[in-house]
Design a protein around this ligand. Sequence first.
Ligand SMILES: Cc1cc2nc3c(=O)[nH]c(=O)nc-3n(C[C@H](O)[C@H](O)[C@H](O)COP(=O)(O)OP(=O)(O)OC[C@H]3O[C@@H](n4cnc5c(N)ncnc54)[C@H](O)[C@@H]3O)c2cc1C
Length: 389
Amino acid sequence: MKRHVVIVGAGIIGASIAYHLSALGMKVTIIDAEGPAAGASGSSDGAVAIATKSPGCLMNLALQSKAYYSELSQNSGPLSGVYHLRSTFLVATNDTEVTCVTEQAESLRQAGASLRTLDGAALQNTLPELRNNIPLVLEIREEGHALGYDVVWHFLKNCAATICRNTTVTGLDVLAGSNRCVGVRTPDGVIAADDVVVAAGLGSSMLIPQIDIRAQRGQLIITERSRLARNLPGALFFASYLVAKSGLVDMASQSAGGPDGAALVIDPLNTGQLLIGSTRESSDDPAHTEFSAVHHILKQAIGYFPALHDLNVIRVFAGIRARTADGLPVIGQIPGSNGLWVATGFAGDGICLAPLVGRELANMMVGKNTFADFASLGPARLGATWSAT
Ligand SMILES: Cc1cc2nc3c(=O)[nH]c(=O)nc-3n(C[C@H](O)[C@H](O)[C@H](O)COP(=O)(O)OP(=O)(O)OC[C@H]3O[C@@H](n4cnc5c(N)ncnc54)[C@H](O)[C@@H]3O)c2cc1C
């Protein structure tokens, strides 16, 4: 009989794991409290970029995942037509940011990224709409973009997983007198499994309280379609984004007054629209966006990219990132458990990392070797030893 795996959460991480486990011949059931891409995966940007990753483990994983996106996007691949190559531009607007981008460039070079500094005629030709007198722009080539919900749908439609919608998992089912996880509890009864994978984003702590997940809201703005978006050869990440992403700056306080360049991203979508963002606030409320935050982001954006002034905004929305205390994802088997696995806490990196994480977690589950970088992301580092209750 096939090994049966239940995955809790049909976001991009759960969907990727479902695809890869199915490919290894397992029977997969994926359960979501709402439906596929109902969480962060359906309310985010989709930068598949190493340019903004912290050096070390995250940058290495992003490099591998980017290459794997390209492989999965080939003609008959499951992500064909979903992933698009483009550049990332890191923009430094003052001396502090120049130092930050210069340091990041060194790390990117060491990681093997293809990059160049844009100045003079090259800058004018590549980004003619960018304000004059920007001290440093770095182009990182062969980066990519994928819409999270598109990736979710393509993974799920290319595998034989059973999808259970509108089903909240209320707890884990454990064999009496052991630490063996044998299924999940739902309001409609227990769903039995040989293994359970918790990939429930923000909902993961409710099922495995040892893993502390914090909510971080991001507000995003979408413009109408325009030639500006079509002519922009990649995403502009202002260097303050690197600072905000590293968790050094509290965006909630920034968005009130707003220093220059605060965590600004201007991203051309394949639809011909621009996505402009974003905040990083301590909030788990995806239902509301705030005038002050949106105003601040747009004021910054127009300041550096004046042609935006003439565009119409057609949508503003918020998504919630799921962050661990150390800002790194948690991936692997829960120590002390038998049959319980986790992949959560992807903060602002889940779209980028999902293909690689799905493949590697599936490999772990069948006892194959994985990249060394995954060893440092296991739940043991959070002291997450499990005992059944
Ligand atoms: C504003 C913003 C911008 C971003 N930009 C980028 C970017 O440019 N690049 C990038 O790589 N990443 C980006 N991200 C991050 C990315 O969106 C997330 O890391 C990724 O979507 C996380 O995927 P996930 O599958 O772990 O979680 P989710 O997509 O949140 O999925 C979790 C699912 O679990 C379900 N669930 C929860 N609890 C239960 C339960 N008890 N029972 C059943 N189901 C349950 C939920 O309904 C949900 O569908 C951004 C995020 C935001 C908010």
